[in-house]
Design a protein around this ligand. Sequence first.
Ligand code: FES
Ligand SMILES: [Fe+2]
Length: 368
Amino acid sequence: MTSSWDGTRYTSPEIFAQESSRIFERCWMCVARAETVQAPGSFHRAEIGTESVLLVRDRYGTLRGLLNLCRHRGARLCTDRRGTLGKTIRCMYHGWSYGLDGNFVSAPYAHDLPKDPAENRNLCPVRTTEWLGYIWLNLSSSSPPLTEQMEPQLDRRFGRADLLTQYTMDKLTTALTKTYEVRANWKLILENFCECYHCPTLHPELSAVLPSFRTGYGTISGPVRQGARFAGHMAGFSMSGRAAAPALPDLRTENERTFHSVNLWPNAVLILLPDHVVCLRLEPVAADRTQVTADWLFHPDATAAPDFDPCDAVKLLDLTNQQDFQASERCQLGARSKHFTPVYPPREHVIAYFHHWVDQALAAQDES
Ligand code: FES
Ligand SMILES: [Fe+2]
């Protein structure tokens, strides 16, 4: 099967701008672990398309999504990625101040300001919701709720809704976070997560843990909805084969030696393992650049154990991530060629579904 997509899909700033306004600014995007914005006054800055958004926990514990845009003359209010605010958000330029709920509080010489309605001075609100222990935001006020975006993807992948709940992601804690600056288009990275044809060549270490990956089918592109079983000598998903922690408390027996994964388009990928979960979230930066953040999530009882050490487990998926991202960067280089005409064998059929999803998202926004 060949694709109608040419290399410009991955290299063109114009196409990236269309994707920003019609996909990233219209879909629910996974942007931060909720525990990083837990304390009153804490904030996290997310970058989506052309917008910068502050996720702020106000002093009553309510999570707020606010455009990071001063209502005076548009200065960016916070440039740090995360931190703690005082009682207000104060613009460094002329000193306009906003409460943590986004409401305008004061400005120097406020009596001179035009008599606009008060809401014109408040920071612009952004829809947020919490799911799986993550904060998801949506820059569109008219997009359907998060469940409408995610349920079809979960159903298609697992064929049953309860699998994800066994991993109790909202109760887990972050043992380690790694950020990867990938010189590749966001779609090349997700296409890589749509197939396991590359696993025998690119991931010898991963394929040693998951023998079914040596077939090039894996669990994503193959018919194996029940997940990939660990090799007989592996007790856990790690370089040594030892488990880093006991199995998660609500996990069914059939998943105690099993690898599952699911892509939650457009910007999250979950790897579900017996004793931990890894969530990768993509922040598309430019047509040829994507920042990927991976969180290794464990049960709090496991991380509290005096001998807890996630390094052995982290090493295996970190190595796999690096292999995947290097391959995506190679494809990014190839996408510049006029002779870039990709071919997708049947075991890469999920890529066709992904392309269809992207095309539909772009077209749907054109109609509105
Ligand atoms: S731009 Fe923020 S106070 Fe002037
Ligand atoms: Fe891979």
